[in-house]
Ligand binder design. Structure first.
Ligand SMILES: [Zn+2]
Length: 226
């Protein structure tokens, strides 16, 4: 989970318009325009797990609307989530950090310790004690590990996707470390993308660099500029 800027783009303007219309007619908030704008804003990623390999997108209300029309049709309350995360969050975890307003990966540390088969563990550490931060930390834990048999199965698939992405990222970092001059510049560009907003599981990747800042001080700039 990372910060995502809620920019007023052309697509967002159309989404807001469609929400106003839907609200006045009591139609669904799940309009074509809203879906298109959310996909653009969240770079096709679920805002909670940061997975991009999603087969089922859902529109998530940061604050559950419970048929409150203002919350239900409010553009700033709508987020793009995968079905797995949306089903887990519901209104069980509320409030959580609003990722359009705060730098989530500066409030929670995202770490993957160990390796597959040898005590692999995902650790989410809250860096402050606010209710929002603690709830987000608990939500992340449930998303990546699940609590029901079905959710545990889904979480396993999610962890597998995360593992693949992190291995790939580590490989790029290793190559970067060993590269020289021109090649180093190319890899730097690649790493910048890997640490950027549209990259899957960016929070984990950023913490890998933060935790090794002595080794790659020049890469920190790509995190701090986000
Ligand atoms: Zn998700």
């Amino acid at each position: 989970m990372i910060r995502v800027e809620r920019k007023i783009t052309e697509k967002a303007k159309k989404a807001i318009e469609s929400l106003q219309k839907a609200k006045s007619k009591n139609n669904t908030y799940n309009t074509q325009e809203v879906n298109v704008a959310l996909k653009e804003m969240f770079h096709g990623k679920c805002y909670i797990c940061e997975n991009k390999e999603i087969t089922s997108y859902q529109i998530e209300h940061l604050f559950s609307h419970h048929e409150d029309k203002d919350l239900k049709y409010d553009w700033s309350n709508l987020f793009l989530a995968c079905a797995h995360c949306n089903n887990i969050k519901r209104d069980k975890y509320e409030p959580i950090i609003d990722c359009t307003k705060e730098n989530v990966d500066q409030l929670i540390a995202f770490r993957k310790k160990g390796y597959f088969g040898t005590e692999e563990e995902l650790i989410f550490e809250s860096l402050d004690c606010r209710e929002e931060t603690i709830n987000t930390q608990k939500l992340l834990k449930e998303v990546y590990y699940g609590s029901t048999p079905q959710k545990k199965m889904e979480a396993k698939i999610l962890r597998r996707t995360l593992r693949k992405e992190i291995s790939k990222f580590k490989e790029y970092v290793r190559e970067y470390q060993e590269a020289e001059d021109e090649e180093k510049e190319d890899l730097k560009y690649l790493l910048k993308q890997q640490l950027g907003d549209s990259s899957p599981f960016a929070a984990f990747k950023r913490w890998l660099i933060r935790d090794n800042k002595e080794a790659y001080p020049e890469l920190l700039i790509y995190i701090n500029m986000q």
